[in-house]
Design a protein around this ligand. Sequence first.
Ligand SMILES: [Zn+2]
Length: 208
Amino acid sequence: MKSLGKDQILNEPFRGKILHETLPEGCPHVSSLPEDFYTIPLTVRHSKDLEHSLAKFVQGEVMDGDNRFLCDQCQKKVNAIKRICLSEIPNHLCFTLKRFELDFDIMEIVLLKNYFELPNIISLKPLTHEPEKNEEEEKNSYTENNRYRLSGAVIYNGSSPDRGVYYSLVKDREDGETWYKIGPQGKEEFEFKDFPEEAFGGEEDRYL
Ligand SMILES: [Zn+2]
């Protein structure tokens, strides 16, 4: 048995793999570069919820004009689609919402305050490139591997990127329903019905 170091033990449940794919038009030389990830960075600007941002994350972009793809094997530039797909997904999935953003007009980091909804359950099935499964395998896999239930959020509460505090909303893993708010003030029980007001941003001065 291979022994794992402390970092590996801590990181392993959160490790997934993405593929950076380039699919050229007119030649078969697909480029596919794997990369480990521990969190999926998602855009909050111009997006209303996590599903929408996730779709944008894997949407892909056309490489044409001056931005054409240089195919190593053909030794020429070709039009292509560049995209990211999730080839392996972890047991515990973390997202980083990009609420801190560099504003190029004023060259300062700003805090994006728009409303952004998080689902209670999310399935990553449409984003993976796993082989087709039969119905029974599909059912098991869907339950075990591809479906995630919301279990926590780290909230930033502040008026600007450098004036605020972090705290967490965490679900009790034992009973699966009690929520806690944990921060500088300590730990207290939290009503899950207040989650949207606490974590989705919008009017309130709290942002995920
Ligand atoms: Zn080629």
